[in-house]
Design a protein around this ligand. Structure first.
Ligand SMILES: Cc1ncc(COP(=O)(O)O)c(C=O)c1O
Length: 440
């Protein structure tokens, strides 16, 4: 334990006095100590006394290639000598142009609009969709369809299309009314159904809704393949293909929120590739800078872009954030794309994912586990428990074993940096099995 004067203890008490930590009931820290971090190295995080934690959730799903990655560090150091930031209204710079060109080549969507965080990318997609229809003479198309159990961020627009009661209910009075339709989550399969059947059922509900409401509907927003914050709920790619087809049939935009699943997380650069579809809008963030700097982007097609291109100022998209297209963040993102190319990360992850899945068999066979599931570099399973405090107890016990794991309700998941090594996976699996045996 920390002595009163240790660097760990000192930072903890200063943090509790001055920092309002995110997604936290601060009073819980009377019992559950903050974890002070002095430095990171690969998949490890170290406190000031050398205790280390395996970052099995990539620090909220952002860190792809490890902490203190030499290649990203070098790119940032080089960029610092020339330009950290410049206003992006009226000005431009090399990193933002190169990044936009490369993202467009990877996604097939030709225009990039930058924000700072995932939620801002979602806000931008929602506003752009509505504004597109308004510019196209259909201002009545202003409703958004989202899925049960979906999560798109915490700002008011993003929260309006989010369905996680813990985050949403308190602010319900501030949110826009929208339509939430059944999730294709395959855990909802009825006897005799498979994942594909669940997807078809969800598509039927979407079709019924769009047939009746398409004139009022601007867009459908979806987390492709994995509804992450809602509990790593996974669905069949058939749902994405069907949803794209219905959006085309009824003249409604398809927004792919790939903030958690993009950048290779589900096994392809974009999760949507597994359904062979191109969305009207793609939102990216999290892994985009390898977990270094806040950056998000909303990408869209030339058709949509053209609807804003006009002599009339008000037909333009006048949204902005001060740090839009920050040069350092874009340079980090370029370094991330270099790593994808140079190391053929998508192919390497395919092999690594199979190896990790094989090691996880011990967990999948544990008697307390239900619905063991995997998509690319995400593994998740539901734990039988009657204790509402299970997530906090599991989190705490995991930390004591040197594992950073943050269950979502009774769902435990691994979303490690792609550079995780075999021995680290071994430690993660053995530690998790021990936790399953001990945490009620
Ligand atoms: C799918 C998805 N969309 C949006 C967000 C919001 O991103 P941010 O926390 O960067 O605002 C998240 C964050 O977890 C997410 O998983």
């Amino acid at each position: 334990m920390n002595s009163a004067s240790s660097p760990n203890a000192d930072l903890l008490s200063r943090s509790l006095r001055s920092v309002w930590h995110p997604c936290t009931q601060m009073k819980h820290h009377e019992q559950l100590p903050l974890v002070p971090i002095a430095r990171g190295d690969g998949a490890w995080l170290y406190d000031f006394e050398g205790k280390r934690y395996l970052d099995a959730i990539s620090s909220w799903w952002v860190n792809l290639f490890g902490h203190a990655n030499q290649r990203i560090n070098a790119a940032l150091t080089g960029q610092l000598d020339s330009l950290a930031h410049v206003i992006l209204a009226g000005f431009t710079h090399e990193p933002v142009v190169r990044l936009s060109e490369r993202l467009s080549a990877l996604t097939g969507l030709s225009h990039c609009f930058y924000g700072s965080d995932g939620a801002s990318a979602v806000e931008i997609a929602l506003k752009m969709s509505f504004h597109y229809w308004k510019n196209s003479g259909q201002p009545g198309k202003r409703d958004f369809v989202s899925l049960k159990n979906g999560y798109h961020g915490e700002t008011l627009g993003a929260l309006s299309v989010t369905d996680v009661p813990l985050f949403r209910d308190t602010y319900a009075a501030l949110l826009r009314q929208g339509t939430q339709l059944p999730s294709p989550d395959w855990r909802g399969a009825r006897p005799g159904e498979n994942a594909d059947d669940v997807a078809v059922r969800a598509l039927n509900a979407l079709e019924v809704h769009l047939a009746a409401e398409h004139e009022r509907t601007a867009a459908v927003i979806v987390e492709p393949l994995v509804q992450a914050a809602g509990g790593m709920a996974m669905h069949h790619p058939r749902f994405l293909l069907g949803a794209r087809t219905l959006c085309d049939r009824y003249g409604v935009h398809f927004i792919a929120d790939e903030i958690a699943v993009g950048f290779g997380r589900t096994g392809t650069f974009l999760a949507c590739e597994q359904a062979g579809i191109r969305p009207d809008f793609v939102c990216l963030s999290k892994g985009i800078t390898g977990g270094y700097l806040p950056l998000s982007v909303t990408m869209t097609s030339d058709d949509i872009y053209r609807a804003f291109y006009d002599d009339d100022m008000a037909r333009g998209f006048l949204h902005s954030h001060s740090y839009t297209g920050n040069a350092l963040a874009c340079r980090a993102a370029l370094a991330v794309l270099d790593i994808f190319e140079e190391d053929d990360v998508i192919a390497a992850n395919r092999i690594k994912s199979a190896r990790i899945s094989a090691r996880c068999r011990k967990i999948a066979g544990h008697p307390r586990i239900r619905h063991f599931r995997n998509a690319g570099m995400i593994w998740a399973f539901d734990v039988e428990t009657r204790d509402a405090l299970f997530p906090r107890k599991f989190y705490r016990a995991a930390l004591q074993r040197g594992l950073l794991l943050r269950p979502l309700g009774n769902t435990v998941y691994f979303m490690p940096p792609y550079i995780i090594e075999d021995e680290q996976v071994e430690m993660l699996v053995a530690g998790t099995c021990a936790l399953l045996d001990t945490v009620e």
